[in-house]
Structure formats: structure tokens, C-alpha cells
Write a protein that binds this ligand. Structure first.
Ligand code: AMP
Length: 408
């Protein structure tokens, strides 16, 4: 072949894409059950939107953005995440009060590709904007947890932390910088730069983080309001029966977080990129984007990684029925039946290539149909033969009863 998908991107085709479709469905349904409306925003934004909100000092902004100039000379960037876009849309739309929005779709980061780390990857997320209550943080944590359970990710650790707010973070930051200054010579080059720009992320460093076990932690320097907020988040999670572990080292890579941060780490997933999702509160983000003070909390789950971490799918057949045409004289009748069953809500397909019965059964198998319906001589009596493709069991039934046919 002369053309290949760009490095770090994937083509996802049937039957592999069946699981993706299932999970997008589970997500849409769950977000709706929790009261989140659908939010659609552009795949690209003015570069400034991400530079301001994600943070000039972050890896994402410094190294990973797909930035280009359009024909009108504007600097645009393919979204590396969607929180900034949703908050930008909230402000631009002149919204006030609460907006609960859910999204799903591709994000773009120029990274060194490997399993679970792609240049185009898919996130499912929610933003709960306009609500300062700690119960909102707990709700968002619960929603992500619920999704991961329904997606079949077993043995999940929910890591929780608080990194304080504008009242207590400056003092904590100064304490941390003083601690790091004393160890400047031991730090890696990246961390020496981080120390000036965003010292909290030194704790997150794969090299230095583990060596700095006695570094001061934000959670021990919270102001009263932040400590009360964290206590309440924990309490509501306890009430909801969601197990979590407070991890004082959890900081997360983006600049806009305040107070609550969290991540989901499957215990079974050993790959280097081990969080399948995370999020946090971002009470300062709207102001970074030029808006009025507006609290918010959100969550993003990485679908690529979830599929690597999830067990085998529950195995719903991708098709309810595959119609097998016994002879060319039955083709029109078969097409009519297929149309009728599809209108009634069944997932039905038929081979259009005039292949032999044997070949049609092969296609039915390959397509993962739960059952085949043979249109043969019995059609004269308005009957069809249904064959369960897993057990091989055959039954002759009235064509009218097919519409109620569901594979167990
Ligand atoms: P982040 O916005 O960096 O916290 O990412 C949230 C989630 O998105 C992560 O936990 C991952 O599951 C997923 N994710 C982030 N970057 C990538 C990537 N390059 N490839 C695949 N998944 C990613």
C-alpha cells in the first residue's frame, strides 16, 4: 500500500470497533443518567485557549500540541483535551449558573507512540461547571468509577488528593520550593526547570518523584476551607460506597487544577501509562480564559487505555439475525423481510452478492450473527427456519414471529 495512517494514529474497523461502539453507548447512557447534556465543541481552537488554561509550562503545551497556521494567518491547535474548550464555550455562550456537559471524541497530542499512548486518542469526559459544592466532585468521581466498572475494568484504585487553592497554595509552594532548592543538584534537568514554573509537578516526575519521599505535601498545608472541602468529598464517596486511597503525591499534569484531583488506576494494567482516567476541580480556569470567577470540576477517561485494561467483553453478538437466501427466486422476499425487521428495531443483515447458501452461512458466522434465518420453500407458508449459530439448534417458525425474536 502507498499510504499509511500517520504515526501514532489508528484505524479501528469492525469487528474490533464493536467494543468501541458498545463503550460509547455505555458512556452516553451513563452521562444521561447522571444528568449531563451533550456538549460538542470544535476539534481545534485558538492556540491561546490551551496555552492559557492547560498552562504554558506544561509538557502538553510545550511539546505536544498540533499547532498550525490557517490560511487566514490564525494560530490554531488541535485540541489536546476538551475541558478548556467546554469552559471557553460556556463563557462565550454567556452562560451563568450550572452547566453539566458530557463529551466524547478524539484528542491530539504529539507524544512518543506506544500501546496506550497515541497521537490521536479518544476521551470520554464530563464537566460540572458553576458548582462549588464538594458533592459535585464526588459525583464526578462516582460517574467515572461507574463507567469503568460497566466497561469491565476490574480491581480499580481510585486515587484522591487535594492540591489546595489560591488561599493556601502560594505558601505551600514556597515551602516546597525551599525544600527543592536544598536538593537542586540532585534534580534532573527537567525538574530544575519545573521548579521555577510549576514545582508541584516535580513530585510527579518518574525520576525524581520517588527520591523525594519526604517532600512536603500539599495535603498537609491546606487552609481550613480546602481541608473541609476534601473531608466532605471523602464523606460523600464513603456514603456512595466508593473505595478510594488518598495519595498525597498525586498532582496531575495540567496547571488549572485546584483542590480535588483524582485518578483511576487499574491494578491489573501493568503498562507504563497506567492511569486510565482522571480529573479534578478547576475553580480558577474560567478566569484564566478571561471570564468571571466560575467554579468547575471534571473528568476525562482514556478509551484507548480502558480497552487495554478491560477484560474480554460480555459478548453481545454484533447482529441479531443474518438472513440466508436459499435461491435467487427468494431474493426480493428476503430484502423485504430484512427491511421489515430493521424497521422493527432488530440488527439484521443479508448478503447481496448472490453467494451459495454455504457461503452465506460463513459470512453470517464471520459477522458474529446470533442466528441465521433461512428463506427457502417454507416461505410459501409464511414460515422461515431459524438456526442458532452458537448451539446449531434449528427451529421452523412463522415469519411474523421473527420480529419478536431475540437471542437470549
Ligand atoms: P489527561 O488529560 O492527561 O489527564 O488524560 C486523561 C486520560 O486520557 C488519561 O488517563 C489517559 O487514559 C488518556 N490519555 C491521555 N493522553 C493519552 C495518549 N497520548 N494516548 C492515549 N490515552 C491518553
Amino acid at each position: 500500500v502507498s499510504f499509511r495512517a500517520p504515526k501514532g494514529t489508528d484505524d479501528i474497523l469492525p469487528p474490533d470497533s464493536d467494543r468501541w461502539r458498545d463503550l460509547f453507548r455505555v458512556w452516553d447512557d451513563l452521562a444521561e443518567r447522571f444528568g449531563y447534556g451533550l456538549v460538542l465543541t470544535p476539534l481545534f481552537e485558538s492556540t491561546e485557549v490551551f496555552a492559557r488554561s492547560v498552562g504554558e509550562s506544561t509538557e502538553v503545551v510545550q511539546k505536544q500540541m498540533y499547532t498550525f497556521e490557517d490560511k487566514g494567518g490564525r494560530s490554531l491547535t488541535l485540541r489536546p483535551e476538551q475541558t478548556a474548550s467546554v469552559v471557553r464555550a460556556y463563557l462565550e455562550g454567556g452562560r451563568q449558573g450550572v452547566l453539566k456537559g458530557a463529551y466524547s471524541g478524539p484528542m491530539f497530542r504529539y507524544e512518543r507512540p506506544q500501546a496506550g499512548r497515541r497521537r490521536q486518542f479518544y476521551q470520554l469526559g464530563v464537566e460540572y461547571i458553576g458548582e462549588p459544592a464538594p458533592e459535585a466532585d464526588a459525583e464526578v468521581v462516582e460517574l467515572g468509577h461507574r463507567f469503568l466498572l460497566e466497561a469491565g475494568v476490574p480491581d480499580l484504585d481510585v486515587l484522591l488528593n487535594s492540591i489546595g487553592d489560591a488561599a493556601c497554595r502560594p505558601a505551600y509552594r514556597a515551602t516546597l520550593v525551599a525544600y527543592l532548592e536544598e536538593r537542586r543538584d540532585e534534580l534532573c534537568d527537567d525538574c530544575r526547570a519545573r521548579m521555577e514554573l510549576n514545582p508541584l509537578r516535580v513530585l510527579d516526575c518518574k525520576v525524581d518523584g520517588p527520591r523525594l519521599a519526604d517532600a512536603p505535601a500539599a495535603i498537609d498545608h491546606l487552609c481550613g476551607a480546602c481541608a473541609a472541602h476534601l473531608d466532605r468529598v471523602k464523606r460523600v464517596l464513603d456514603l456512595a460506597g466508593i473505595g478510594y486511597r488518598v495519595d498525597p503525591r498525586l498532582v496531575r499534569g495540567l496547571d488549572y487544577y485546584t483542590r480535588t484531583v483524582f485518578e483511576y488506576v487499574p491494578r491489573t494494567y501493568e503498562a507504563a501509562q497506567n492511569a486510565v482516567g482522571g480529573g479534578g476541580r478547576y475553580d480558577g480556569l474560567a478566569e484564566l480564559l478571561g471570564g468571571p470567577p466560575t467554579p468547575g470540576v471534571g473528568l476525562a477517561l482514556g478509551l484507548d487505555r480502558i480497552l487495554l485494561a478491560a477484560g474480554e467483553p460480555k459478548g453481545r453478538a454484533p447482529l441479531d439475525l443474518f438472513v440466508v437466501v436459499a435461491g435467487p427466486e427468494r431474493f426480493d422476499a428476503a430484502l423485504g423481510l430484512v427491511g421489515d425487521l430493521r424497521r422493527r428495531g432488530l440488527r439484521v443483515d443479508v448478503d447481496l452478492g448472490g453467494r451459495s447458501v454455504k457461503a452465506q452461512f460463513k459470512v453470517a458466522d464471520r459477522r458474529g450473527a446470533a442466528a441465521a434465518v433461512v428463506i427457502g420453500d417454507e416461505w410459501e407458508d409464511d414460515k422461515v427456519t431459524v438456526k442458532d449459530l452458537r448451539t446449531g439448534e434449528e427451529r421452523r417458525i412463522a415469519a411474523d414471529d421473527l420480529a419478536n425474536w431475540r437471542h437470549a
